[in-house]
Design a protein around this ligand. Structure first.
Ligand code: ADP
Ligand code: MG
Length: 298
């Protein structure tokens, strides 16, 4: 059967009808869907197993999908997108998730050019909650970026918006501890790769949850200025990441507090050992919430 609006999936007694498309990733298409038995709305991430092999080793891709499902099942938290159910056919994977209606944080940033510090802080605090929770459960996300952060709701506050976000896309996540092998594979999205992720195969080393704090630093950077911290073609990009060469001067950073910049610096540190931890983030002056400057429009 085709996977498109109007199509149905699921077992005979628990069917869903596919609605409009919400987004897509490298191997997935995500649609709104409706559970027929009660009309409740969800989102479904569909993965075409025939196309999956184009992305590399089929067995590895499949085990990654299983891993995504297993991890999502274990993580029940307000700041993490909830997995409702899961269905598999010969050619398709269906991950039924809670429907997050506000779209990607990425689009919110693009639409507004950047977020104010007050807006960014609200998001950042929520991300700390979500990331703190998953790390306490031994899960590293490894792909934190504004495309994988979904806006659940938004309400006005002090001339800005409080965006409530949920962390999505555990497709590259990994469980550590408990005897499981440490994170050894290089995964993620180049612009957001931490230096130790970049070099992990070369060095044969391993990295842990500090990679998510690098990701948080990159997300914070993007929220504040509306630009990637690292950008360019493969070679140049890798070099920028390895040396944490990013720039916080120029018109986009004018008016942004020193506290915000110091938090970014503390997160985007090459050596994972030097990077701020969850506890340090929570104690950081910018997070603790002294008054923030109003947004200066570009
Ligand atoms: P991939 O692993 O292929 O990147 P994602 O899980 O990131 O797939 O989903 C791709 C896109 O689909 C997201 O960036 C987002 O736009 C949309 N999306 C994913 N999950 C949901 C959801 N639960 N509610 C609403 N939109 C979603
Ligand atoms: Mg994604």
């Amino acid at each position: 059967a085709e996977v498109a609006p109007g199509a149905r999936f699921g077992p005979e007694d628990d069917q869903y009808e596919i609605g409009k498309q919400l987004g897509h990733g490298a191997a997935s298409q995500v649609f709104a869907c409706r559970r027929l038995r009660d009309g409740e709305k969800f989102a479904v991430k569909t993965v075409d197993l025939r196309r999956l092999c184009l992305l590399g080793d089929m067995q590895e891709q499949l085990s990654r999908l299983d891993c995504e499902v297993r991890i999502l099942k274990e993580l029940r938290h307000e700041r993490i997108v909830n997995l409702e159910g899961f269905h598999k056919t010969d050619n398709w994977y269906f991950l039924v998730m809670e429907l997050v209606r506000g779209g990607e944080l990425f689009d919110v940033i693009v639409r507004n050019k950047s977020l104010s510090e007050m807006e960014a802080r609200h998001v950042f605090l929520q991300l700390l909650e979500g990331v703190g929770f998953m790390h306490s459960r031994g899960v590293i996300h490894r792909d934190l970026k504004p495309e994988n952060l979904l806006v659940a709701s938004s309400r006005p506050k002090d001339g800005g918006q409080l965006y409530d976000v949920k962390i999505a896309d555990f497709g590259l996540s990994k469980t550590i501890g408990g005897g499981a092998s440490l994170a050894r594979t290089r995964v993620g999205t180049p612009q957001y790769w931490a230096p130790e992720v970049l070099d992990v195969q070369k060095r044969g080393g391993s990295y842990d949850h500090a990679a998510d704090f690098w990701g948080l630093g990159a997300v914070l950077f993007v929220m504040l200025c509306g630009r990637y911290p690292f950008d360019g073609q493969k070679q140049a990009l890798d070099e920028q990441i390895r040396t944490a060469s990013y720039c916080m001067s120029g018109s986009r950073w004018r008016g942004i507090s020193e506290a915000a910049k110091s938090l970014v610096r503390g997160l985007l540190r090459v050596n994972p050992v030097d990077r701020l931890s969850l506890e340090e983030c929570l104690k950081h002056p910018w997070v603790l919430g002294q008054p923030l400057p109003p947004k200066t429009r570009l």
